[in-house]
Design a protein around this ligand. Structure first.
Ligand code: ATP
Ligand code: MG
Length: 159
């Protein structure tokens, strides 16, 4: 579908409004103006975004913040970055973080719920759409996950 990017991101945030309020986490959503819409599989991408925003909330302490930014460039790439001010991921764990069932430090995540599948599923979906996913993080500073997706160049959009 031809998706309005700002609307898509705001709706993701709306789905988490209860948890966000409960943890007093503030969210900013920004779409860089190069391009307002893109042809995307809305259901698939929603699933990816829900996973990433759920992680950002889960691993951010009360009163933290989350910044969601979408940027498009001329040559058919959409980048969506989800940045949090959470507990972060130690550098040594970063290379394994997309593995199924991999979770940082069992003690730390024991009481947090979850299976360690969220990121691997998200990456599967992104790859199935021809995109890629990267993660950068620093312990006790925060995490940024970036999703890169190919989009049809403007002007050549048909049906
Ligand atoms: P699930 O998503 O299946 O409910 P999960 O959140 O533990 O469980 P993933 O989403 O795959 O699993 O994430 C894997 C691990 O990566 C998490 O257990 C956590 O240790 C770490 N992690 C993921 N996102 C973040 C983040 N934004 N900040 C800090 N750590 C993160
Ligand atoms: Mg998760």
């Amino acid at each position: 579908q031809n998706v309005d990017l700002l609307e898509m991101l705001e709706e993701v945030v709306d789905r988490f409004s209860f948890q966000l309020r409960q943890k007093a986490i503030t969210v900013s959503v920004k779409v860089e103006e190069t391009r307002k819409t893109a042809m995307l599989d809305r259901d698939g991408i929603d699933q990816v975004l829900d996973n990433l925003v759920s992680n950002a909330i889960k691993y951010t302490l009360d009163g933290g913040s989350i910044d969601i930014t979408a940027t498009t460039n001329g040559d058919g790439q959409l980048a969506i970055a989800i940045k949090d001010t959470g507990i972060g991921i130690p550098k040594k764990d970063l290379p394994r973080i997309f593995e199924r069932f991999y979770r940082v430090d069992k003690a730390r995540s024991r009481n947090m719920g979850g299976t360690g599948l969220g990121l691997s599923i998200a990456r599967e979906i992104v790859r199935a759409h021809g995109g890629s996913m990267t993660i950068d993080s620093e312990s006790n500073v925060g995490t940024v996950v970036t999703v890169q997706l190919p989009i049809v160049p403007e002007g050549s959009e048909s049906a």
